[in-house]
Design a protein around this ligand. Sequence first.
Ligand code: SAH
Ligand code: SF4
Length: 358
Amino acid sequence: MKEFLCDFAAADLSAIVSPPYRAKQIFQWVYQRYATNFNEISTLPKELRAALNDRFTLEAVTIAAKQNSADGSVKYLFRLADNHAIEAVLLLMREEQIDEDENVAKQAQYTICVSTQVGCKIGCAFCMTAKGGFTRNLSAGEIVAQVLLIKRDRQMPPEKGLNVVYMGMGEPLDNLDNVAKAIAILSDESGLGISPRRQTLSTSGISPKIVALGKMKLGVLLAISLHAVDDRTRQTLMPINKAYNIESIIAAVKAFPIDLRKRVMFEYLMIKGVNDSIDCAKKLVKLLSGLRAKVNLIAFNPHEAAVFESPDRVAVESFQRFLLDRGLLCVVRKSRGLDIDAACGQLRERLGEQARAL
Ligand code: SAH
Ligand code: SF4
């Protein structure tokens, strides 16, 4: 079987093609000029194009379906070479920009939410992905390709800035090597050029892997799916909490290197009668005191496989107010793409705000 070109960093490629600067050319053509076939790369000698065609494919990931949402979000279903399917979502946000004349202009801003595994092992009680169990890790190229294919499908100008959030199907820290490689390939200036500061990795809280990620010094932003403030409640929602409790997660976050202008995002999925009380808000303030944190409140998104209910609007508002009044940054994640009939319940409520608002 042919190798997938997106699995290769430019440095790996330059050890294969000669002269090595050809690797950069290939990157530019694939990631910035959206070539889908090596024969299109007219600056390469014919023999090299033939050799590339023999060894590599550019089509290990293809778009199988798309669904548009009224708010401008688009959900993509991708097919992998072994026929498994994964999802990614393009989220459209309007960001206020102030120009030299102090006029406020709204600019379209994109965030792409990518998957890191086919399925997931962690088994959270509220999550649609968990229901199907775990199939396999995605390769670095399969992660990178989700961004490339969406950008190419929309024919976005190559210089168009994007945020990437690792919040689709799967637990990124369960596939750390491939995710780290994807972060690096995505950030390559001769390719997609998405700085690690514009990439946010979301985890269910595998504490030793958070520490390991920090030690890699990739510069990526971190989001923690906390969802509860005491171990007993968190355990019922997220079985991983039995292995790595809240205390261990907070300790790992404290050891994580973050840019002084940035914050660690704590995601808090509000479920009616489970974790939506003011008492929980009080504990949350205490838990996060002394951390450069920001809380993202998400109302539980019901799906047919779940026994939980969405919280009342007033509960969400009071929870947020409580945190803000005590100086803890907190946003309520707006529902985006809710009208998209998603197979994977969790992808629907994803607000790509993460990466830009930290
Ligand atoms: N496995 C990683 C990243 C993918 S899940 C993690 O858990 O962080 C991304 C986010 O979607 C998590 O915060 C998760 O808790 C949330 N999520 C899962 N199911 C959801 C649902 N039904 N409604 C709203 N958010 C959900
Ligand atoms: Fe896996 Fe995240 Fe879903 Fe939990 S919420 S089952 S960690 S994808």
